[in-house]
Structures are given as C-alpha cells and as structure tokens.
Design a protein around this ligand. Structure first.
Ligand SMILES: Cc1ncc(COP(=O)(O)O)c(C=O)c1O
Length: 471
C-alpha cells in the first residue's frame, strides 16, 4: 500500500462518479437511511480493525460514493455550494498532504504567500488598496486587508468582530456594551444573527432595516431609521447589506446604502458570500456598484468561484480594523522572532487554519479571470432564461426577476404542496432543488451552480412538476 496506489484507487472511483453524474446517470441525491449506510460502509468494524487500504478501500468507496450527493449531476440545482473545479480538489490534496496550518508564517510560508496574494487579488477587485508584501516599501497610505476562513458564517462573525472593536474598542476587555445593535434586512443570512449572539449583543440586538417589497434595503428610509435608533439610545455597530440575499439572490443598492452609512459614520458590512463574485465580471459588476464604500466584505470562494468547501474571504478596506479585532496572548505563538512573512493568526478566530488560499488559487490560475467571468455570467443568464421559461407556464409563478443564479418559483397551491413537490422531485432523482420562504410564502428554489446544467434540466424539472400536478 503506497500513497500513489491508494490515490490511484480513489481517482478511478472519482472519475466514474464524475462521469456518471455528469451524464445524468443515477439520481442526484439518494437519502439512504443512516443506519443502513453505516452498515454498508462497515464503519465500526473498520475503526476497530483497520484495513482500509487496497481492496478494503475499494469496498468502502463503493457505498460511500453511491450515497454521496452528486453535485456534478446537472440536475443539482439546490444549494449555494460550488460544483468544484477539479483543480480545486487537487489543491485540497496538496493542502491535506503537506498539512501546513498557516496561521503563522513559519508553519506554511508558501500557503501564506498564496493566501496573501489571493486576498490582494480580491481587494483589488473590490477597489480597495491591496496590502504590500511584507518587507517591501509600504509607503504611508492605508491599505486593505483580509483573511480566509472556514466558511461565510465564520467570515461574517470575523467581520462583525472587527466592526465591534472599531465601534467599541474596549469591548474586548470589558465586554460588549448593552446598547450595541446591528441593522440588516430581514432576509439576511442567519449567520449575522448568530454572530450577534456570539459577540454578546444578543439576537434581540438585530434590528430589521427598512426594505422594499422584495426585501432589499430601502435607502430612502434608512437614515431616519438609523437616527431613530440612535435617539432611542442605541449605538449602531454595523449595517449589514446583502450582495446578494440567500433566499432569492437579490442585491441591496450598495451605493445608496453606503452613502447613508458614510453620512452617519456607521460601519457598513456587505455580506457578499454568494454574490460578490459579480466583481469578476465587467458586465455584472454594476450589481455591486458602490461596494468599495463599505468597511468590510465577506466573499465566499466556495460558492461562485468554483472552489471546494470551505474557502471564504473576510476583506476590510482598512487592515487595521481587522488587525484590532482579536487581541490575544499566547507565548508559544506570539513572540519576537525572525518574521520574513505574515502571520494571519491575529485576524482569525481559528488557530490551526488550513491552506485555503491554495484551493481558490488553483481554480483561478487554471481558468484565468476571463473564464471565471464567463462562468458567473453564464449562470446568471441561465437563471434569467429559467425564470422566463417557468413564468410562462400556466400555474407557475416566479418570485422575482433573478439578479444572480438563483430562481424561486412556485405553483398554484399552498405551501405544503411546494414542499411535497420538492420531496417527490428528490425521490425521482433527476432534479435536486431547495426551497425557501419569501414574501410570506414558500417557494421552490433553484441555485444554478453547475456549469453543466442547461435549459434541458429546467425543462425536465418543470415537466416532472406538471406531471405530478396532473396526477
Ligand atoms: C449571503 C450568505 N451569507 C453567509 C452564508 C454562510 O456561508 P457558509 O455556508 O459558507 O457558512 C451564506 C450561505 O448560504 C449566504 O448565502
């Protein structure tokens, strides 16, 4: 048993898994009961006796991959998780094998350098000044900064920790003042409320920003809302804007929201976990117009940058705000030493931190920027075409004209019917869709992540739904 021979077994199995999924053979998703699956994979015996290599590995992989959800199947239209570019998976292998947890430079100089460079690429896309390389002539000008984290939820927490330390610099030592509030649209991802809980504001400190009927922040009413909060004694830690919203993929009007925040001296955080990837497209950049006026931004590479999970960027306009977010003593890590590089550890919740930058770097470096832009544009064009197709069908309704690659639709009937249709679609196995609430009703939700998904998959889905309704 060698690393090469085991990798060979895995590669053969993955290739078959990929080819079958992409050829639409077999269901997208198979919900095998867990107890059955544990038996098929022979987990307990393997843990106790070992012997996973060679034929044992083949025996394990067969049920494992059989039950795995097939993101490469073009009928995968459910969640915002990327269909990973193969080069991202290659990078993950390198990261896992070298195992350079690079929160401190000495534990992974190459991984740190890659992450630093990827973050600078992202900063430049936003319109923020990239960070000079350590040791270079830095100059006087303030510059941006960032860190990659294990997911957008952790990234939102990190950015909001930076906001807290900016607004209440003593909070790290003395705790969170009880009048701090966060303002965001009701449709914000739940990780924002969770961050408020973790940061000690409490979920009750999350105040709903005024929005239009589609849940986008209404900048015309924002200033008076914020002033009202202040008059009532609240201190606003941050306004959080969506770029784009999780449920329906709509973008808040960032320039106008930022103008209000600037005017009132309020930290603006943009949750661009899903939609900040519009930044790579000249054509679609207008969706995030004004993003450069924010103070912080979250941008997940494992959503629309085709990178395997997890890989999420926290970016700030002024690096000092993120550098001040966490203040720790750890004598075994933080001490005077030769420092030819950069320690990310001051910017992150995590201590041991994987080489996340390598994954997104491999994808970018393989495809190049033009191809990444073409991917983002293709998926949002597909969403518009899907919306038009679905809207035209009798009894179908589309929630909103898509701005990204997310389309929500429903058929005539109550909420229970939409969930029942989802269940039956999942059982059929040709399409895997998600579902969400929006405007007080339940919708079926397509998140078109897969570059192999085309209109024929949307047609199959609609045909199946119509068939179910006719039964
Ligand atoms: C807008 C938004 N923010 C944050 C998140 C959380 O990201 P993650 O799933 O990487 O924790 C999501 C996930 O769907 C999201 O859509």
């Amino acid at each position: 048993m060698t690393f090469r021979s085991e990798c060979g077994i895995v590669l053969d199995a993955l290739e078959t898994f990929f080819e079958q999924a992409q050829a639409r053979k077999g269901p997208v998703i198979r919900q095998t009961p867990m107890a059955e699956l544990a038996g098929q994979m022979d987990l307990e015996r393997l843990i106790s006796e070992g012997g996973l290599g060679g034929d044992g590995l083949k025996r394990f992989l067969a049920p494992y991959l059989e039950a795995a959800t097939r993101l490469h199947h073009p009928g995968y239209m459910a969640h915002q998780v990327s269909v990973p570019h193969p080069m991202g998976a290659v990078a993950a292998l390198i990261g896992a094998f070298t195992n350079n947890p690079m929160a401190i430079y000495e534990m992974g100089p190459s991984a740190t350098t890659v992450e630093y460079t990827v973050l600078n690429w992202m900063l430049a896309k936003v319109g923020w000044r990239p960070a000079p390389l350590p040791g270079s002539e830095a100059g006087e000008e303030a510059h941006g900064g960032g860190v990659l984290t294990h997911g957008g939820s952790l990234a939102n927490l990190t950015a909001l920790a930076a906001a807290r330390s900016h607004v209440a610099p003593d909070s790290w030592e003395t705790g969170t003042p009880d009048n701090l509030v966060v303002v965001c649209p009701a449709g914000c991802h739940y990780s924002v409320a969770r961050a408020a809980g973790i940061l000690g504001l409490g979920r009750r400190a999350v105040r709903e920003a005024p929005t239009d009927a589609d849940g986008r922040i209404d900048p015309g009413r924002l200033a008076s809302f914020l002033n009202g909060l202040r008059q009532d004694g609240s201190e606003i830690m941050a306004v959080v804007a969506n770029a784009c919203s999780t449920a329906v993929g709509l973008y808040d009007p960032l320039r106008d929201v930022a103008a209000v925040c600037r005017d009132l001296g309020i930290w603006l955080h943009v949750d661009g976990a899903h939609g900040a990837s519009a930044l790579v497209s000249e054509r679609d950049r207008g969706l995030v117009d004004g993003i450069e006026l924010a103070d912080s931004l979250v941008w997940d590479a494992h959503k629309m940058l085709r990178t395997p999970a997890l890989c999420a960027a926290v970016l700030v306009r002024d690096h000092r705000t993120l550098d001040g977010a966490f203040r720790e003593d750890a004598s075994y890590l933080f001490h005077d030493k030769d420092q030819p590089g950069f320690d990310f550890i001051h910017r992150t919740v995590e201590c041991t931190k994987a080489a996340l930058g390598l994954k997104v770097f491999f994808v970018l470096a393989c495809e190049g920027e033009a191809a990444m832009a073409a991917y983002v544009e293709r998926q949002s064009d597909l969403a518009k075409a899907a919306a038009a197709f679905l809207r035209a069908r009798p009894g179908f309704e589309v929630a909103a004209e898509p701005q990204s690659n997310i389309v929500c639709f429903r058929v005539d009937g109550d909420d229970a019917l939409q969930l029942d249709l989802r269940r039956r679609l999942t059982e059929n196995g040709n399409s895997y869709v998600s579902s969400t609430e929006f405007r007080g009703r339940r919708w079926l939700r397509l998140t078109l992540m897969n570059p192999a998904t085309d209109m024929s998959d949307v047609e199959t889905l609609a045909g199946e739904v119509e068939g179910m309704l006719a039964m």
